[in-house]
Every structure is written in structure tokens, then in C-alpha cells.
Design a protein around this ligand. Sequence first.
Ligand code: 6R9
Length: 638
Amino acid sequence: MNLKVKSFEDYKETYKKSVERPEEFWSGIAEEFKWRKKWDKVLSWDFKGPDVKWFEGGKLNITENCLDRHIAELGDKPAIIWEPNDPNEAYRMLSYKQLLFNVEQFSNVLKNNGVVKGDRICIYLPMVPELAIAVLACARIGAIHSVVFGGFSAQSIADRIKDAQCKLVITADGSFRGTKIIELKDIVDDALGQCPSVEKVIVLTRTRTPVSMIKGRDVWWEDEIKKVETQGNPHFPAEEMDAEDMLFILYTSGSTGSPKGVVHTCGGYMVYTGYTFANTFQYEQGDVYFCTADIGWITGHSYIVYGPLSQGATSLMFEGIPTYPDAGRLWDIVKKHQVNILYTAPTAIRSLMGAGDDFVDGKDFSSIKTLGSVGEPINEEAWKWFDEKIGHGQAPIVDTYWQTETGGFIISPIAGITPTIPSYAMFPQPGIQLALMDEQGKEIAGNNVSGNLCVKFPWPGMLRTTYGDHERCRKTYFAAYPNMYFTGDGCLRDQDGYYRITGRVDDVLNVSGHRIGTAEVEDAINKHSDVVESAVVGYPHAIKGQGIYAFVIAGDHQKDEELMRGDINKTVSRIIGAIAKPDKIQFVDGLPKTRSGKIMRRILRKIAEGDTTNLGDTSTLLDPEVVERIKKGAEKLR
Ligand code: 6R9
């Protein structure tokens, strides 16, 4: 397939063409995929709606592109290599033929359980091959998957199920994470009390921990597979989908309200993830590609499942955590499976770096060709360590900047082709027209400037709506700057025109690469019976990138601060999940508010960062004295 640029010159020319003649450019890329019927129109768009359509009239099924079309040439090639949590358990390898067989089988299971095109299916599974199988089977039957990350609570699952009105849930008895077992089915059961739309639950065996199985509702994955075997026809012809039919919903946090269901559609998402995967990593047939993300996040959707598989790649999936049994685990996997491309997150790099070089030195990295980073800005120190220790100065690092909403990379170097600079995402991907905007809504021209990062022209992988609430999509992404998609990130374009992401400019936190809204955490804390009010901000954290700092006004029931902190943490874990637990909780007797009642977060952010010398103008505060008291309390916490 001819999706890869060959030189820096070629990148520049490709980029130029992609901007000057976007429709011609993207239809050329799309032709490298398998369509049942070619599109009538490449693009129609209007960011006011927003109303964006790519490859209208085209018919396809993404799983024919990820599976069927590879069988003739790559049928016996590993599609998925699966490394279990416990290094002593046997790993698994699924060839393209086997994966197709399993996906067809499970599509039949879904059909037997009443699933039809357009139904919404919630998936809450550990990182086992069956997760990829379940995702692809939904796509094959035309059902819309909504994968929920295994670290989210019962309440979060319930909220997501209710929002999308899911008909069926696919889960497992439990999942292994390091030395822990997480009882997934139990968590699902806690959620289902609130979810009348769910008719069936399919339960995969993994940990074989005791689970409650309700007659008529809950069925075992393995039993359902046996039924399909007895039925005797393993095949399942892929459902024909329109390019703009929904492929999946993935919930993500914003600066206000509950998480939104970002919607991606079949055609554009396929083209964009396949193209950016092949080109950015410069994937070559035979390479073993290892992305350490969880399929519960967009990175796993786009760059463990759809992107790599549409390109006939070998995608390695890891069930466990980078520090189990020790901090050398990822490097052992690299050697064991001769990984050529390793794609991970700055938070993982920093935590492994912190574990000491004993876990790295002497390991075999000779197979590594390319490294990648995603999820948050990578600091220079982590970049250099990754480069020296893992890449031995030989492997280009692609620092890929993108979002759940963008579907795939929008700013990134191209491995071995474009230059790299530590902590810079460098160049827009072909087809991506960036704009830096100032507070007055004007585009900032020239170099050596910073502003709010926007995209001014559509690309095939962009979100189409937020599920069930199109107006929310418009307000969140398309209203801040007319005719632009606003990312929510700040960005610098340096004197050479290279891009560097400076972080979120809204109230979204990035904790260990996980996106969490401050408003969501506040809502959860405020649900605690003895909390009057709270305000949550981020602060720099050595490993996590950002930590969560909560200022809490407590009622007078609980006098013991440590107990109260424990209770608040438990409440947040129950409502959102352990990933949203505050790292620091400071009890305060008031919050810095303006006379109109708005919390001045700018001040709280500074205090949380430990930078209280210049708090700016506090004269508009209702009670300026409160700031002094909060400052004193913060010093005690440090
Ligand atoms: C893919 C993913 C999106 C937010 C995004 C930005 C941050 C992601 C980054 C990066 C700097 C990078 N982000 N990659 N910041 N450099 N290479 O992470 O999606 O979970 O939706 O998060 O993550 O702040 O806005 P998502």
C-alpha cells in the first residue's frame, strides 16, 4: 500500500497538496481501502452545525478492511500477539485467519442474542484478545460499541449505558492487573440496577472468580460460542455500512458536565486511522508493533485495533501493568516478542525512569526501530531517557498529539522522515490545517507565537457529534471560534514553525494520561454527605504529569481530617473510579469567589502549584482574606 511519504521533501509536497486539493488528496488515500461501493462525494462540510460528511454514498465494512482483505496474502501472519499479566502464563498469537474466524463466530453470538445493526453495545472487558474480538464483531454486525475502561466505577458504567441506551453488555468475571484481581462482573451488576435498557450480559471467563449469573439475562461467552459451533455455520457476512454510519461511541471528559459520547463514523475514521498509522510509524510488513494503551481509551481503539489491523500489521496487546512483576516488564516484552515499534505514554516512561536504571541496563533493545509517545506533553527529561535508554539514540521518537475527538494523530513527526525535537509534536499531519488563536478570536500569524490550538478544515477522522446531544458538540468544539474546531489545548509555534503543545487551557486535567474534568471530580466530592462545597484544580506531579488538588469546605460532622479524606476518596472512587481520586485534599473555610459568585480558579491553581508570590489581582474577591488562610493551609499540606 502506498500510504507512506518517503522523505522530508515528500512530506512537504504531500502536505501542500493535502491543503490545496484536500478532496483529491483524501480520495487518493481512501482508494487504498476496500469499499463495497465507491463514494459519490468526498466531502461536504459546515462547521456551524457542525455538519461534516466524508465519502458520502460509500459503502463498506471496516472489518472487511481489517480482516477479510488480508487473508489471501497475510492469512497466517499474526494479527494480534497477546502478552498476559503473568509472564509465566502462555502468551497467545492470533493469525489474521484465526482472528477473522473468532470475529465471525462472535458476530453470530451477538446475532443469537438479538443484536441488530444500530444497537448500542457496552463493552467492559480486560485487555485480552476477546476485547478486540468483541469490538470487531460489533463493527461487523453494524452495532455501535461503547467501550468503558476497566478502571471506571459502576456509576460511570451506568451513566454511559443510560446515555447510549445500550441493549447488551459484554464483560468478564474479572481482570488481572499486577497482583490484583478486579471483579468486573460485580461492578457491572452494581451498574445494571439503574439500566433497564440492558437485556443481555455476555460474560467471558478470565479470572474465574465467583460471579452472580442471572437466568434469562446473563450468559457465558464460552457457552454461546459452543452454540454457534453446534449451529454449524461459522461464517458471518459483514453488514454493509454507509460511510457515515456510526462506528462507535467513546465517552470522554470535558470542562463541564458529565462525560460526552464522542461519535466516530465508519468510512472517515477507517481511512484516517489506517493512513496515520502506516505513515507516521512508517510501518513495514513484518514489524511487530506494541502500543501499551488500553483499548478502553481512544489510543487503543485507533492504534491497537483499527489502524494497525487495517494495515495488516501485527499488533501486540498487553494485559498487565508496566511495573509487574517488576519495572523491567515492558523491556522483557520487547525482547520476548522482538518488538520493532513501541508506542507508550510519558507517565509510564517517567515511572519506569524513576524505578532506576537497573531495570533497563543490560536489556536487549536491538529489535527497536521506532518509538512513540502519546497522551500528554512529554517533558524533555523523559524524552531524552526514552531516546537514550530504549532507543539507544537510533530510534526516532514520534510524539503524537491528538484527542478522542480527532480520531487519530493531528500533529506529529513522521518516523525517520521529519526531524524531531524533545517535547515537540513538530508538524501537522497531511490534511490538518492548524490555526493558533488569540483571546479576541483572531488568528495569530507568523512564527514564535503561542495561542489556542484550532483546526480550520475538516479531516476524515474528526468526531461527527456527541451522542444524543448535537448542540453540546457545537458548543464545546465549534463555538469558541467561528468556523474552527477548537482542541482545548494551548500551543506554541516556534521560530522555525515547529509546534509544541503546552497543555489544556480549559478545566480538563490530564492525570497519568487520563483525561478528567475538574467539574466531574467536584460533583463527585460534593456528593459526600458532609461536604458543603469544593473546587478542584490540577498541579504539576512528577510521575502523573498532573495531580488532582481538591479544596474542600466540610460540614461539621467529621472532625478527623484523615478519616474525612479517606471518605472523600472512597466517594470519588465509587462515583467515577479510582483514577479520579484527589492526590491532595485541603480543607478550607471558604473559597476565593468574585462578587458574582464565581470561583477564581486561577488563584487556587497557583496555590496548588506552590507559587503564591504573585497571585495577581485579588481585589475583585468577595473576601480577599480567605486567600491568606488557604495559603497557610496549603503550606501545611506540602
Ligand atoms: C490521544 C489522547 C487528549 C488530550 C489532548 C492533550 C493531551 C495527548 C499529547 C497531548 C501533548 C501529546 N495530549 N497527546 N499533549 N502532547 N503528544 O490522549 O486522547 O484521552 O482524548 O486526551 O491529551 O491535552 O487534548 P484523549
